[in-house]
Structures are given as C-alpha cells and as structure tokens.
Design a binder for this molecule. Structure first.
Ligand SMILES: NC(=O)c1ccc[n+]([C@@H]2O[C@H](COP(=O)([O-])OP(=O)(O)OC[C@H]3O[C@@H](n4cnc5c(N)ncnc54)[C@H](O)[C@@H]3O)[C@@H](O)[C@H]2O)c1
Length: 257
C-alpha cells in the first residue's frame, strides 16, 4: 500500500528501530503515532520528527493501555492503516545462575512485552483497520512485527527472549491467513544485531567482537536499513505471511559455556 496520507502506529517509536521507522514513514507522507512507555523520549521524538507526528504514552503489555492509545489515534487521525510493532525488551539471564534460580516473573515479563504486546496491538487495531475502504489493490492495512534472529539462534540466557520472538514468527502466517479476506497483510522482520540504544551500553570491544561475527557487511545493522525494509514491506503488496531475516548473513553460534 502507499504510505502517503496513511495513518501509522509505531510502537517503541521513541528509540532505535521504531524511531527510524517512524522517521521513514513521516518522510514518505504518513501520519504517525508513536507509542512508547518512555514519555520523555517519546515527546522528544515526536517533536524531532515533525510532520503530522503525535506521541501517545502506552504500555504494549497492558491491553487497556493499548486500547486507550488506539482510541487517541482514532480521535486524532480517524483511522489506522499501518502498525509497526517495534517495542521490545531484552534481558539475558541463566535459569540456574551463580546466584540461584532466576525469578519466576522473568520469563512472563519478557513474553508479555514482546509477544503479548505485539498481539495486543493487533487486537486493538484490527476492527478499525477492517473498516478502512480497500485501496485499488483491495488492501486495508498492514502489520509489521519485529522478532529477532534469536527466534532461531537463541543464545544462552535468552530462553525468554527467544521464546517471545519465536512466538511472533509463529503467529505471522496464522494472522495473515486470518486477515486475508479483509485485505490486511502481516509480516515480521528478524533483525540481527543493530546499533540502537538497546546495544548502546556495550563497551566498544564488545561491539567490535559483534561486528566480526557478521559475514558481510561486517558491522552492526543501521536503523535506516531496518526502516527501509519496513517501508518496502508496506509498498510491496505480494509480501505476506512471511518473516524476513535482516542480518548480513549472521548465524549466531553456540557462544561460551
Ligand atoms: N537492536 C538490536 O540489535 C535488535 C535485534 C533484534 C531484535 N531487536 C528488536 O527490535 C525491537 C526494537 O529494539 P531497539 O533496538 O530499537 O530497542 P530500543 O531500546 O532502542 O527501543 C525500544 C523501545 O521500546 C520501548 N518499550 C519497551 N517496553 C515497552 C512497553 N512495554 N510498552 C511500550 N514501549 C516499550 C522503549 O521505551 C524503547 O523506546 C525490539 O523488539 C527488539 O527486541 C533489536
């Protein structure tokens, strides 16, 4: 579908991959609502991106918060056509670590933000998207979800993260099939390692080690490369029900014991 004058929600839009995607959407003429828990960064990002960008505070893990935020988008822009779910959290912890067993909340907390949060966006917007008049290709909307190569190549300590991302991959085709008759596409991007604040705390030596693991180009992914794929997915009607790795041919190995 086209992006010009379309309404997009970008979760995690205050930072990293979400912010870059929002920027690409604004530059291609979309009206964008940034959803994020970080109100300070969210307001800053909306001001920076300009155009018709609004910031709506939302916790994707909380379905009432998402419902409220979507209602605000409806008030501001009338409808929604595009949802890019980029909100997510990491967190690497061994189940049986040096300090004993991991807290029981660890697993559900990560799954609630990454997987349930992605589903909450779908649930809160699909009725609205279904009411859009179909465009000339019969399309009413598109979902772009963000998984991770950890869905397939999870590292030690990533049981919760990789399970949450694997769930996003698994529901992609299922959702695409469910919404096919409504003219709504569903796609997922699996980023490799991208240079975002999520990795920002790593020391330079650790970043350099990561760079070397990527076959080509041997560097971290740039947020604009993620945004470019998101825009392509929106524009290319024949992409549906698929998950695409965006990782410079990186396949994470076993790692250290
Ligand atoms: N950076 C990478 O290398 C990488 C690799 C693979 C997958 N990913 C995935 O890409 C997505 C974006 O990551 P990023 O690197 O841009 O991270 P980031 O930390 O820069 O941005 C994530 C944003 O999500 C927001 N957020 C977190 N929990 C939220 C919640 N419950 N509700 C609303 N907003 C919330 C944060 O406030 C933040 O602004 C995540 O889902 C992450 O798992 C990133």
């Amino acid at each position: 579908m086209k992006t010009e004058n379309q309404v997009a929600i970008v979760t995690g839009g205050a930072s990293g991959l979400g912010k870059a995607t929002a920027q690409a959407l604004v530059q291609s003429g979309a009206k964008v609502a940034l959803f994020d828990m970080n109100a300070e960064n969210g307001a800053k990002a909306a001001a920076e991106l300009g155009g018709e960008t609004i910031f709506v505070p939302a916790n994707v893990a909380d379905h009432t918060s998402v419902d409220d935020a979507v209602a605000q988008v409806r008030n501001a822009f009338g409808t929604v056509h595009i949802v890019a779910s980029c909100a997510g959290i990491g967190g690497s912890t061994r189940i049986l670590g040096k300090k004993g067993l991991v807290a029981p909340e660890w697993f559900p907390n990560i799954v609630n933000v990454n997987l349930v949060g992605t589903f909450n966006l779908v649930r809160s917007t699909v009725a609205l998207i279904s009411e859009n008049p179909p465009d000339e290709g019969g399309e009413r909307g598109v979902y772009i979800n963000t998984a991770s190569i950890a869905a397939f190549d999870g590292q030690i300590g990533q049981a919760a993260y990789s399970a949450s991302k694997g769930g996003i991959v698994s529901m992609t085709l299922t959702l695409a099939r469910e919404f096919a008759n409504t003219g709504i596409r569903v796609m997922t991007i699996l980023p490799g390692i991208f240079d975002t604040p999520l990795l920002g705390t790593l020391p330079p030596e650790a970043k350099e080690r990561l760079n070397k693991q990527v076959p080509f180009p041997s560097r971290l992914g740039q947020v604009e490369e993620y945004a470019a794929l998101a825009l392509h997915i929106i524009n290319n009607r024949y992409l549906n029900g698929e998950s695409i790795r965006l990782d410079g041919a990186l396949r994470m190995g076993f790692g250290r014991r």
